[in-house]
Design a protein around this ligand. Structure first.
Ligand code: DC
Length: 221
């Protein structure tokens, strides 16, 4: 079974995807972590994330390993666990530039499909999972939330990771990323393409209940 969860940054899709995977006892794939790992590799080697040729060469050279558990995706880059290091605001910004490089997307999409083939069943989260990577998925969700709600969540998340972020910087980062990312998941908002869940006023438990109902009783609507 393939379940896809897409949507903008800060919509709550990562938490939803992790908890849904745990509820369904399926492996969880965080595809954003793959783009982040390449961005992290570029930053730590002094490669400009917008320098397409240099980033492509780097992505072909590094070893990227993903461990998809039911509650986490751990990422190892050249043998080092970078799962926490890839969460900084600097890596968030750089990952946007990396994700716009066509050959990087092709490389990572091929890896994502391979992971799904190897694991058989998966809850996968990103921007393009339902529309591009797994159009044949058994269940597709788009998770959305208002910009202000997403700014709050991102600030809380960064604070929990010990990063003291400026509210304006976070808002601007989300706004810019929305402009760049939305073409990937917006097609899923068309009627019949996916189940749209607005998490602005829902608890995470409500979101997970809605999702698992749809997955386990697909005909119930
Ligand atoms: O979800 P995230 O914030 O961890 O994603 C990091 C970056 O990667 C973000 O700029 C969007 C991009 N991304 C993407 O283009 N396609 C995906 N499937 C997942 C993430």
């Amino acid at each position: 079974m393939i379940v896809t969860i897409d949507g903008p940054a800060g919509s709550g899709k990562s938490t939803a995807a992790r908890k849904l995977a745990a509820r369904l006892e399926l492996p969880y794939l965080d595809t954003g972590a793959m783009y982040r790992a390449i961005a992290y590799a570029a930053l730590s080697r002094g490669v400009d994330p917008a320098d397409e040729d240099a980033v492509i060469a780097l992505a072909r050279e590094v070893s990227l390993e993903l461990d998809c558990g039911p509650t986490h995706t751990r990422v190892r880059l050249d043998g080092h666990d970078v799962s926490e290091a890839i969460r900084s605001l600097a890596v968030s910004e750089a990952s946007g530039a990396v994700a716009r490089i066509g050959p990087i997307r092709e490389l990572l999409i091929a890896r994502q499909r391979q992971i799904a083939r190897d694991l058989g069943s998966i809850v996968t989260e990103g921007r393009d999972q339902g529309a591009v990577v797994f159009p044949e998925a058994d269940a597709k969700f788009v998770v959305v939330a208002s910009l202000e709600r997403r700014v709050r969540r991102r600030l809380e998340q960064l604070a929990a990771e010990g990063e003291d972020a400026d509210i304006e910087a976070v808002r601007e980062n989300l706004r810019v990323r929305d402009e760049k990312d939305s073409p990937q998941w917006a097609p899923l908002l068309d009627p019949g393409q996916a189940i749209v869940i607005d998490t602005s006023h829902l608890t995470i438990a409500q979101v997970i209940d809605m999702m698992s109902d749809h997955v386990l009783n697909p005909r119930a609507g």
